[in-house]
Write a protein of this length. Structure first.
Length: 209
């Protein structure tokens, strides 16, 4: 059963306060999101399996631990997910990165994939789907569905901020997916913006309006 993990480390909380602040400009916003993604990656990877190996230090031979071959795949949802991906790659340089772009058809309300490019071995990888905002949960749920259709088995969802409505949707539609948040906010407003939130993550990352 998928669990919700709120990663409330003091450094994450501190940096998230500046990310939320409307006076934080694009450059600083981008850097802070990058840093928080790296700190979150540190927490998300806490349970990765290790195996024993032998190395030589300058002094002696010793047995030590390295990551056991569990491969990671990072899947940012375009476009805002890109803002969190570099921080993750800094910490997990061997990870492969795939991309998912979706929009909802205004007539049918069904998800349409406008771009999808994934590592060929996604069925073997531990996938982390990345999107800063988990609002209604619609795009995250659709992206996870796209990955499952292509054979993905192990999926985690990583967002800066979640709303209770989005968390519930993922838990209902993808009960096998663990959710990792830096904060669980109060609610969605009538325009499906997270309250108190941080505004539009894509616009703030890329300086668009």
């Amino acid at each position: 059963m998928g669990n919700v993990h709120v990663l409330d480390h003091p450094l994450i909380q501190h940096k998230l306060s500046y990310i939320r602040d409307k006076n934080t400009g694009t450059k600083e916003f981008r850097e802070l999101v990058d840093e928080v993604a790296m700190l979150m990656a540190f927490e998300i990877t806490r349970d990765l399996p290790l195996e024993e190996t032998t190395i030589e230090t300058p002094v002696t031979t010793m047995k030590t631990k390295v990551l056991a071959g569990k491969k990671i795949g990072l899947i940012p949802i375009l476009r805002a997910g890109l803002g969190m991906t570099d921080g993750m790659v800094k910490l997990i340089p061997a990870a492969k990165v795939g991309h998912v772009g979706l929009y909802r058809d205004p007539e049918t309300l069904k998800p349409v994939e406008y771009y999808i490019k994934l590592p060929s071995d996604i069925h073997e990888r531990e996938l982390i789907v990345i999107d800063p905002m988990l609002a209604t949960g619609g795009s995250a749920s659709d992206a996870i569905e796209s990955l499952k259709k292509r054979g993905a088995k192990n999926i985690r969802l990583m967002c800066l901020i979640g709303a209770p409505e989005g968390v519930e949707k993922i838990k209902n539609e993808h009960p096998d997916v663990d959710i990792y948040l830096a904060a669980l906010d109060e609610k969605l407003d009538e325009h499906a913006y997270i309250v108190p939130g941080l505004g539009d993550a894509g616009d703030r990352l890329f300086g668009t309006k």
